[in-house]
Design a protein around this ligand. Structure first.
Ligand SMILES: [Zn+2]
Length: 357
């Protein structure tokens, strides 16, 4: 994810923190210390760091169950509005998805239970009755933070955890796309509710409402695309008639070639081998920076997935999106058969959905 920096690895999963998260901490420190003094400011920052440690544990709950199903976790990113586990190829198996999803809130309820037990052991008179993050006791504050995290996440506002669980339950009885559409509609209703409620009571909810609404919209679109692409095979969609460029050519040659073709992205081929990708945006950027004489090899992206002709279009799209490329080689037994572009894949899913209507 852009605008984030790495902080370490847990269970082989890279943990990243979004830069805006630092802004949140600075804001909390400033707001609290200017009213209550520097000590309170520092205490609040520590409390929020601990709360986000619990958010991380929540995400690790999702990720560990996903790993137990053999899934790959790209990273966990901590944002001011919570955490995101980037899991590739979430199976369209409702039971697995429900298990992966429910593990997160369960972690928060377990932490809350442990904090309650430890608090009562240390001081039997410790009161947990008041919902507060400013009780003056860190155990009580963290207890309530975890109860709220757990409860808030199981609200069925897709794509929040509760909404995913709802989608999973719906998908056990009906078509996956239909289940997603229903869950996304419920999610959007909740999102509007969050925004309206947030306007009067808590601006934080407005942010979450916007996040849920756009998340429900984009995940619905992605589900429609991937579901249709699962029924298509790469060999039917790959392009076999395409122009290539050599890494030794100057950028001016690429500009010349791009004037004579509708092709957006160029495979960089050396001795019959696919060695890189030159996208239209990279070509435009090089022109902008006046790199006319620069060799193609210096600008081309050299990390890309190799797609097999037998893969489904959905698998190809996931691999290409994960690698952030718009074009990739289709190879079998080391032989270059053609290229596949994300443009072609998305076009195919459109055509497929038009036919389905
Ligand atoms: Zn979660």
């Amino acid at each position: 994810m852009r605008w984030s920096f790495p902080v370490g690895k847990v269970f082989g999963i890279p943990i990243r923190v979004h830069y805006t998260f630092l802004l949140l901490l600075a804001f909390i420190w400033y707001a609290e210390s200017s009213i209550y003094g520097p000590q309170t400011g520092l205490n609040s920052v520590i409390l929020w760091l601990l709360i986000f440690l619990c958010v991380l544990l929540h995400e690790l709950g999702h990720s560990r169950v996903a790993q137990s199903y053999g899934l790959n976790i790209v990273s966990i990113v901590l944002l001011p509005i919570g955490g995101v586990s980037q899991i590739t190829d979430i199976p369209k198996d409702p039971i697995k998805e429900v298990n992966i999803t429910i593990a997160g809130p369960i972690v928060n309820f377990v932490i809350a239970g442990l904090l309650f037990a430890v608090g009562k052991l240390l001081d039997p008179s410790l009161a947990f009755s008041q919902i507060s993050l400013q009780s003056g006791n860190i155990l009580v504050d963290l207890f309530w933070a975890n109860v709220m995290l757990g409860v808030f996440n199981i609200i069925p506002a897709y794509p929040m955890d509760g909404g995913r669980i709802l989608r999973g339950i719906l998908a056990m009885k009906r078509d996956y796309v239909e289940a997603t559409r229903l869950a996304a509609d419920v999610g959007k209703l909740f999102a509007i509710g969050f925004i309206v409620f947030g306007l009067f009571y808590n601006w934080w909810l407005i942010l979450i409402g916007i996040f849920v609404f756009s998340g429900a919209t984009s995940e619905m679109a992605t589900t429609v695309i991937t579901t249709s692409l699962e029924k298509l095979i790469v060999s039917d969609l790959m392009v076999t008639d395409f122009k290539t460029i050599s890494p030794e050519e100057p950028m001016t040659a690429v500009v010349e070639k791009s004037l004579h073709t509708f092709q957006h992205d160029f495979p960089v081929v050396s001795d019959g081998k696919f060695v890189g990708v030159l996208t239209r945006s990279a070509v435009i950027e090089s022109l902008h920076n006046r790199l006319h004489e620069t060799k193609v090899g210096e600008i081309a992206k050299t990390s890309f997935p190799t797609i097999s002709p037998d893969e489904t279009a959905a698998e190809a799209l996931t691999a290409m999106r994960t690698a952030h490329v718009t074009v990739a080689p289709v190879e079998k037994d080391g032989k270059l058969l053609g290229i596949i572009t994300t443009e072609k894949l998305l076009e195919a899913s459109d055509v497929f959905n038009e036919k389905g209507k």
